[in-house]
Design a protein around this ligand. Structure first.
Ligand code: FES
Ligand code: FES
Length: 154
């Protein structure tokens, strides 16, 4: 029986086995390829999306276990707060190869929703599960500080 999912505000009926990871559903079934496959074992963060605002590793969430509305990197431009985070990434030219960055932005957005003024240490702790083989960590941290400032102006 198809499983109902809401992704970026749109309802989907997904007719796949219950244990298919959400990452596969997003990329192969729904065609949202901004969320990346990196490790498949919750060790890199490339597949990070939000479920009801919580940052989760979509490679580890089975289709039948999705408990709320899913937001992917393709949905980030819609709410104003997410657009400001995305702009901070552009302003700091954070991306190098870019592969990890959708996961980085989704993790950062969840951090800023919970902690509007994170310190360097709090950023490092929140982001430690999101790996970047290009070593963009200093720019990610700077972009999070800029986004935090912009969000407070709102
Ligand atoms: S692909 Fe999911 S954490 Fe690496
Ligand atoms: S920008 Fe290349 S892996 Fe992070």
């Amino acid at each position: 029986m198809p499983i109902s999912l809401t992704i970026n505000g749109t309802a989907h009926e997904v007719d796949l086995p219950e244990d298919v990871p959400l990452l596969w559903v997003l990329r192969d079934e729904v065609g949202l390829t901004g969320t990346k496959f990196g490790c498949g074992v919750a060790a890199c963060g490339a597949c990070t999306v939000h479920i009801d605002g919580e940052a989760v590793r979509s490679c580890q969430v089975a289709l039948s276990d999705v408990w709320g509305d899913v937001t992917t990197i393709e949905g980030v431009g819609t709410p104003d707060a997410m657009a400001k985070i995305q702009q901070a990434w552009v302003d700091h030219q954070v991306a190098q190869c870019g592969y990890c960055q959708s996961g980085q932005i989704m993790q950062a957005a969840a951090l800023l929703a919970e902690n509007p003024s994170p310190s360097d240490a709090e950023i490092d702790e929140a982001m430690q599960g999101n790996l970047c083989r290009c070593g963009t960590y200093p720019r990610i941290r700077a972009a999070i500080h800029t986004a935090a400032g912009k969000l407070k102006e709102a």
